[in-house]
Design a protein around this ligand. Structure first.
Ligand SMILES: Nc1ncnc2c1ncn2[C@@H]1O[C@H](COP(=O)(O)OP(=O)(O)O)[C@@H](O)[C@H]1O
Ligand SMILES: [Mg+2]
Length: 341
């Protein structure tokens, strides 16, 4: 891809939580890029560092966590028209509560969280909240902000936005709340939308509607989406490229078809074996292979490859001793495993 299409480059990112019980290395050297307009899936079991990656980019890692190493370079376009200069900003160097970061958060990089109530205030109407977001980042007055808010709600498939814009969050279903959050996230035309398990709290029908909505918005508005999920089925529907995380590191990165049809890392292979397939009988489903063992406790990363204690293909004396290298096995397909060295 052309270098001027690069949007975010994450290099050797380390985010630790300093607890009394020990240090949690939530991110322990994360590397990946996000390109303009790309839909990139971030997958892995619970606790592998997906949300902390999102929070690190947005600079909203809660205490006692902090970024201890690495860079997150944001390539900001200075003009909206596509042409023109690009400014490089290392987000890890910004004050998380300072004006520059506050301006980037929301206007350039927006978040749709798992639970919509996490980003909605219960005491304000959704209309007021979306208008606030628009007025904070764009030079428009109240009237114009309201027109834009109605437009965004309409785009987000929110029914009768003109009439229902003055609803309070508690008056809406989970699906409508999530549409309102998406409308708020998109109201400033961000170049990156981070969706962190955005449909996990919804029923399957509503999930399907929200996924369809995000696909069409992505198609129309052309922003990049970083789609976080533990659900590989959702990745297959949503993403062009996938990064697989395990214990705070990326272990595989590839176009979505390669992840499904030609997975290299034993962890990715195990994740794929653990998804139920359509048409599978209930009995077979019960016998689905789950990945053996559990994720080690987060204070102690196993020596060598962090996955080796659970890996069926581990090589004694190698995988438990040496850090696996990050190898490009095919163009665009990278894996962190000695089997391919
Ligand atoms: N606020 C916090 N305090 C302490 N540890 C945390 C905090 N948030 C996340 N962690 C730890 O960081 C690791 C990664 O968590 P997270 O990114 O939330 O995982 P997930 O992939 O499920 O989103 C986990 O071990 C988790 O326990
Ligand atoms: Mg999470």
């Amino acid at each position: 891809m052309k270098q001027d299409q690069l949007l975010i480059a994450i290099k050797n990112l380390k985010t630790y939580f300093f607890l009394d019980e020990g240090t949690v290395r939530a991110l322990d050297g994360v590397d990946f890029d996000i390109w303009r307009g790309q839909t990139i899936g971030v997958v892995g079991e619970s606790g592998c560092g997906k949300s902390v990656t999102a929070r690190s980019i947005l600079r909203i890692v809660p205490r006692p966590g902090r970024i201890v190493d690495g860079t997150i370079t944001f390539y900001r376009r200075l003009h909206d028209n596509g042409a023109g200069q690009i400014e490089e900003i290392d987000l890890t160097k910004l004050d998380p509560t300072g004006p520059e970061m506050r301006n980037i958060r929301g206007a350039e990089i927006a978040l749709v969280p798992q639970e919509p109530m996490a980003s909605l205030s219960p005491v304000h109407t959704i209309g007021n909240q979306i208008c606030e977001a628009i007025m904070l980042h764009q030079k428009v007055g109240k009237e114009e902000a309201r027109v834009k808010a109605i437009e965004m709600l309409d785009r987000a498939g929110f029914p009768q936005p003109k009439q229902r814009i003055d609803s309070y969050p508690h008056q809406l279903s989970g699906g409508l709340r999530q549409r309102a959050v998406i409308a708020m996230g998109l109201s400033c035309h961000p170049s990156l939308l981070i969706a962190d398990e955005p449909t996990t709290a919804l029923d399957v029908t509503t999930e399907a509607q929200i996924l369809r909505l995000m696909r069409s918005l992505q198609h129309d508005l052309g922003m990049a989406i970083m789609f976080i999920t533990h659900n590989l089925g959702v990745v297959a529907q949503m993403c062009e490229d996938v990064v697989v995380m395990y214990m705070g590191r990326i272990v595989e990165e590839a176009p979505v078809d390669d992840i499904f049809h030609n997975p290299k890392h034993p962890y990715t292979q195990a994740l794929l074996r653990s998804i139920p397939r359509l048409g599978q009988k209930t009995k077979e489903r019960r016998q689905l292979e789950s990945i053996r063992g559990t994720v080690p406790d987060p204070y102690t990363r196993p020596r060598g490859c962090a996955f080796h204690p659970r890996c069926t293909q581990r090589i004694r004396g190698v995988c438990d001793q040496t850090e696996p290298p990050w190898l490009e096995v095919e163009p665009g397909h990278k894996v962190r495993c000695v089997l391919y060295g």
